[in-house]
Design a binder for this molecule. Structure first.
Ligand code: NAG
Ligand code: NAG
Ligand code: NAG
Ligand code: NAG
Ligand code: NAG
Length: 752
């Protein structure tokens, strides 16, 4: 998510729709003038054509582009960007005919349209077991560089002060300049840059790495912010704010813009730079494309990062609880779901009849009176035409004369009804909704959110008395049972591959306190006068930097581990979550809740030789060799000439997922796995199998013995599952147990 208004699916969709309409109108205006409609495309070229000199590569790009344009001048005008540092591609404005002709050229591997994407703490680190005084390898942690692709950063924030840091690590090749409203970097923020390649001005933003939205500041400080004592949101969530790796360095690549979102072109430019600059971990809290891995720029970029040994952690999306809604689901990502911690923000409502009701939300206002008159939006409509929208307190639907000085009861359609009510002189808003009660919304005037049951009580009360009245109290913190997966967190099954479990893992993403910008009010709504250096946000966007932070933490102990080894360490040590509390089970939480402390010492890892393993996997999944071009950077992947990937899923993944093939006969899957000993040289692990009803799981061999570190052992897991009705999912697990470690892999069986 970014701000409150756009952190959840509902308002975001509306907001996008508006943009889309605007876009259609603009595009419409252009095409009326009779132009062949030109759009942005990304043109992928082979790595074999790559040249070492940036300028030479850029010239080649111009040359290729010129061949489909009338003139060199026209080509120059339509060239947008040359990606030359970490892979070979360019972005340009093309007609669909030109795009097609480029695709026909020998040097060109793929031509993809540029798409627009949406963006999808103190306490949370203690909650998942990374206390303030956690064991650290400070010397190495100072050399870890985390890269974020986000809305920018706030260099004035206490979370990013450079005091006490030495110069950037020697491996750092990135840059940081002075930009508008951006005071420049220090030894904490060592890189800051921005990409806005479509050239369209964004009136709500500044062409600079400065964060005017707050999202990027929030995610960066969650990942690697300094320790800041006494952080709070007006006294709420008080504690010491900090990132997972407070000594690590931050590089911000601003690719998301307040009103235009985040585009493929900009995201790829950020990958091109970040891979070259020398970041160790990339954190992306942006919605990816679903489905096809070779057409999604976020996945393509992450593949190039993986090839260079950089792990990419991404958010699973905020489109839950619908099944199959997970994004960023390629197996070379770590895909992160959002869980709730054991704290919630309650703002109570007291009715004139003496009844006390409980609502959710961050309301920082103390009431000035004991009671205020209370009305229902639908009863104070501006006129009979606006009655239906008045029920939802939509802008211009309410009669200001009937709202002035009163509390208004509204149903939720769009965020911001608190701003509407305040704007016409109302005192505050009680919002009824059943869907979004997991996470606290911040209100710009007295406000709270209640569920349908309580909404009904309020509605009945309003219509049962002559002069209904109520008051909303300032929020307080309350305990809550946790962890649970947030309803908004996107769910599996993986729409990209039925043999890979996604999301991978869960991390706190509900009501997370972290740094914010003073350039924007807390809600961003009109009339909001609340500003704070810290704020509370919710979304898988907030969960993602928690896991990216743990990846950086693991990296600070094991600087030479591969992305696959780091991911394996994080996944196999996670804390199992409850299937009873979370009915979508593994499809909602993957392996469970991230456990930083254990991830540093996993015992065994499922490692992979990155590129080849994934290519074998993709061939196994049925991708045509030619379609893999943008990933591998060459035209000639011949799937049938490769050694086939082994076993059911052809990947040494730390989880297993079997998809049932028949409604009559049992389905059998044989998973082949290799583990590498990263624990004590001499160790023995025994298999512990948990099989659900109707499923037989056999592990061969049942015991693995190691005598040296980095020794590898292979085994196979045979899963035989009886038919199930469609859309069902059950799960078991395999745990390798030694006297010191448990290396756990969920085994998921589902019927599509
Ligand atoms: C950016 O800087 C300009 C000039 O110094 C200033 O007028 C403007 O208010 C600043 N904008 C923000 C959002 O800080
Ligand atoms: C934090 O707040 C407490 C209580 O308000 C105060 O005693 C303490 O000095 C503060 N610490 C810092 C570092 O500001
Ligand atoms: C509504 O909220 C109240 C108070 O938190 C709770 O007791 C009740 O079970 C909730 N009702 C539903 C349908 O969730
Ligand atoms: C791919 O490899 C197979 C096996 O090595 C070979 O028979 C086939 O001709 C190759 N195809 C192409 C297009 O090179
Ligand atoms: C593994 O199993 C063997 C044989 O059952 C047993 O002797 C050994 O103690 C077990 N090791 C562990 C670590 O559980």
């Amino acid at each position: 998510m970014w701000s409150k208004k756009i952190c959840f699916p509902l308002p975001l969709d509306h907001w996008l729709l508006l943009l889309l309409l605007l876009h259609l109108i603009l595009v419409g205006l252009v095409s009326v003038q009779g132009n062949d409609q030109k759009k942005f495309y990304i043109v992928y070229l082979g790595d074999d054509h790559a040249v070492n000199e940036d300028s030479e590569a850029a010239q080649t790009h111009m040359h290729i582009l010129s061949s489909v344009k009338e003139s060199y001048v026209e080509a120059k005008e339509s060239m947008v960007y040359s990606y030359t540092k970490s892979f070979n591609a360019f972005a340009a404005k093309l007609s669909s005919d030109e795009a097609e002709r480029l695709l026909g050229m020998d040097e060109v591997l793929s031509v993809l349209p540029n798409r627009y994407h949406k963006l999808h703490t103190t306490k949370s680190w203690d909650f998942i077991g990374l206390p303030l005084k956690a064991r650290r390898n400070l010397k190495l942690e100072r050399d870890v560089i985390v890269g974020l692709f986000d809305t920018g950063i706030t260099p004035e924030s206490k979370s990013f002060k450079g005091d006490g840091f030495g110069p950037p690590p020697a491996k750092w090749k990135g840059t940081c300049g002075h930009f508008a409203n951006f005071s420049g970097c220090n030894n904490k923020i060592i890189g800051a840059t921005y990409f806005k390649l479509d050239g369209n001005p964004d009136p709500a933003d500044i062409l600079s790495p400065i964060d005017v939205d707050g999202h990027g500041t929030h995610t960066s400080s969650t990942l690697a912010g300094n320790q800041v004592p006494n952080a709070s949101l007006f006294g709420l969530a008080m504690g010491t704010a900090r990132g997972a790796v407070p000594s690590a360095r931050v590089a911000m690549y601003k690719v998301c813009w307040s009103s235009s979102g985040c585009t493929d072109m900009d995201i790829l430019a950020a990958y091109d730079a970040a891979i070259h600059d020398g970041v160790d971990v990339i954190s992306i809290s942006i919605g990816g494309g679903g489905g096809n891995y070779v057409r999604d720029s976020i996945a393509i970029g992450a593949f190039h990062a993986m090839k260079k040994g950089i792990i990419t952690v991404a958010s699973a999306g905020n489109d839950g609880p619908s099944l199959g809604s997970v994004v960023n689901h390629a197996p070379w990502f770590v895909t992160v779901a959002a869980s709730g911690i054991d704290r919630q923000f309650i703002s109570k409502v007291h009715l004139g009849n003496g009844k006390d009701l409980s609502g959710i939300g961050v309301n920082t206002f103390n009431p000035k009176k004991n009671l205020y008159p209370l009305v229902s939006g639908v009863d104070v409509a501006r006129n009979s035409q606006t009655k239906e929208s008045a029920r939802f307190c939509v802008q211009d639907s309410l009669d200001p004369n009937k709202v002035k000085g009163k509390l208004v009861f509204c149903k939720l359609e769009n965020w911001g009804s608190d701003s509407v009510v305040k704007g016409i002189g109302g005192v505050g808003t009680i919002i009824e909704d059943d869907q979004f009660l997991d996470a606290a919304q911040i209100f710009m005037a007295p406000g709270t959110m209640v569920n349908d049951t309580i909404g009904e009580i309020i509605d009945e009360y309003i219509h049962s008395t002559r002069s209904p009245s109520a008051v909303i109290y300032k929020s307080h913190e309350a305990k809550k049972r946790a962890p649970f997966i947030a309803s908004f967190s996107s769910r599996g099954p993986n729409p990209g591959s039925e043999r890979i479990l996604k999301p991978d893992i869960a991390a706190p993403g509900v009501d997370i306190l972290a740094s914010y910008t003073l350039r924007k009010s807390l809600t961003g709504s009109e009339g909001d006068t609340q500003y704070s250096e810290f704020t509370i946000m919710s979304g898988t966007s907030m969960a993602c930097p928690h896991v990216a932070g743990v990846a950086a933490y693991v990296k600070s102990f094991h600087p030479h581990w591969s992305p696959a080894a780091i991911r394996s360490a994080i996944l196999t040590t996670a804390k199992p979550m409850s299937q009873r509390v979370n009915s979508d089970a593994e499809f909602s939480y993957g392996v469970g809740q991230v456990n930083p402390n254990k991830a540093v010492n996993p015992g065994l890892v499922y490692d992979m030789d990155g590129t080849l393993s994934y290519i074998q996997f993709l061939c196994h999944e049925g991708y045509k060799g030619s379609s893999l071009a943008p990933l591998v950077g060459s035209k000639s992947v011949n799937c049938s000439s490769l050694l086939p990937g082994q076993g059911y899923d052809a990947l040494n993944y730390p989880t297993m997922q079997l998809s049932l093939k028949s409604s009559k006969q049992p389905t059998v899957g044989v998973f082949r796995r290799t583990v590498t000993n990263v624990g004590p040289a001499k160790s023995t692990y025994n298999a512990t199998i948990r099989a659900p009803k109707g499923v037989e799981i056999i592990v061969k061999p049942m015991s693995l013995s190691f005598s040296t570190t980095l020794e590898k052992r292979t085994f196979q897991v045979v899963v035989k599952a009886n038919p199930m009705p469609s859309m069902r999912m059950i799960s078991g697990s395999l745990g390798w147990k030694s006297s010191r470690y448990t290396v756990r892999s969920p085994i998921v069986i589902h019927s599509p």
